[in-house]
Design a protein around this ligand. Structure first.
Ligand code: F6R
Ligand code: MG
Ligand code: MG
Length: 381
């Protein structure tokens, strides 16, 4: 049976500040998701949260980019926003950038990750959900899951994975994407996905048969809105087992924390902390960034789950190391590299401060040079 898994997420109000969601708002979103199942639009739905973001995990038979499915999620978020407004929650409706729904939530604020699959004899998959970071936070994890045999033993041992995987990589500024096949083009892939401020892995396919293996939300909210409206707090769907990474191989990259962009005011580098659902409430300096892993088994399109996969003491060491990294980085305060470089700060509230000081810069006879990076990163022309 062909099933589409659609995960659509948004931040529609924080409790308190940007740290978490309010149970009444989540209950309202759940009510809409449940109604979608009762009406028969959806096969099943599951609502999960991470920090101040809510995701609706939906299964159905209508394919990707389906108007009815996207509208259902949009309506749920609009209704949730009304509750958030009533409670005067912080940033109520902040990710709903458009006034009215028009065909597809893409470009309207919410993040989307969707895949259409033929349900296997047993179909385990994981929905990763992060708060206080951007879609490129998945780049390193996806590389390790699907291209690094030091992480994923199956790339060496399992004949159905041995041909490797192909990564689709998007340039968030041009909106163009390139497909690169590993292991053959591994080094080309790393040129791009190591540059996390610009390139984002959108999807991963199995080389042997072209099967979809993973899909991420790649929307860059600040580019859509033209101003800082929160980092994009991405979702990622990864299929597991029997020719895909084992659940444990898909979780393993998170046991060795790395640094991502986001955290306070979307302006800082910080460790991505793998946490249980209960611990997905970033409060220290509005962080550090969190990730949860919601595991499901598909059963005739029904969602058996979620199972809280980072709720395992084996990840305690990663969490402790994130706390230590957080201490070390906080020592740098507003100084780079804890604070992000100027190119990234362009999409925060900082340009408003710089605007005021622009005319105070005077020529002192030094030659002019282009700012490094994009060439458009000059902050005081
Ligand atoms: C980061 C985030 C928070 C806010 C910060 C300031 O993604 O959402 O760190 O940027 O709390 O928020 P405002 O400007 O709304 O007071
Ligand atoms: Mg927020
Ligand atoms: Mg958030």
């Amino acid at each position: 049976m062909k099933v589409t898994i659609s995960v659509i997420k948004a931040d529609i109000g924080g409790y308190v500040g940007h740290s978490s969601t309010h149970p009444e708002v989540v209950a309202k979103v759940e009510e809409y998701a449940k109604a979608g199942v009762e009406k028969g639009t959806l096969l099943d739905a599951s609502v999960i949260t991470c920090g101040d973001d809510i995701a609706i995990v939906m299964t159905h038979t209508k394919g990707k980019d389906n108007e009815e499915i996207h509208k259902l999620a949009w309506d749920a978020f609009v209704a949730g926003t009304e509750v958030a407004k009533k409670l005067k929650l912080y940033g109520a409706g902040q990710d709903l950038l458009a006034d009215a729904f028009s065909g597809n939530v893409k470009g309207m604020g919410p993040g989307v990750a969707e895949m259409e699959i033929e349900e296997r004899k047993s179909e385990p998959f994981i929905v990763y959900f992060a708060d206080k970071t951007s879609p490129s936070a998945w780049n390193l994890a996806l590389y390790e899951m699907f291209a690094d045999p030091m992480n994923t033993a199956g790339l060496v041992i399992d004949p159905s994975m041995h041909d490797g995987f192909t990564f689709e990589v998007m340039d968030v500024y041009s909106g163009k994407a390139v497909k690169l096949e590993t292991p053959r083009e591994l080094y080309d892939l790393l040129v791009f996905i190591g540059a996390t401020s610009r390139y984002v892995v959108r999807a991963v396919y199995r080389n042997r048969d072209g099967e979809i293996a993973a899909v991420a939300s790649t929307q860059k909210l600040s580019l859509m809105a033209g101003r800082y409206v929160g980092k994009d707090d991405p979702v990622l769907i990864v299929r597991c087992q029997s020719g895909f990474p084992a659940v444990g191989e898909a979780l393993e990259p998170f046991a060795r924390p790395w640094l991502v962009e986001g955290w306070m005011r979307g302006s800082h580098t910080g460790p991505l902390m793998p946490v249980s659902f209960k611990e997905a409430k970033p409060t220290r300096f509005d962080g550090p960034p969190r990730v949860i892993a919601a595991g499901y088994q598909l059963c005739e399109g029904k969602l058996v789950g979620p199972n809280d996969l980072f709720d395992d003491p084996a990840f305690d060491d990663a969490r402790n190391r994130c706390a230590l990294l957080a201490n070390q980085l906080r020592r740098q305060g507003i100084f780079e590299p804890h604070r992000l470089p100027p190119e990234e700060m362009e999409y925060t509230t900082l340009p408003k401060v710089l605007e005021k000081l622009k005319d105070r810069f005077v020529d002192i006879g030094e030659p002019e040079a282009k700012a490094p990076g994009s060439g458009e990163g000059e902050i005081h022309e």
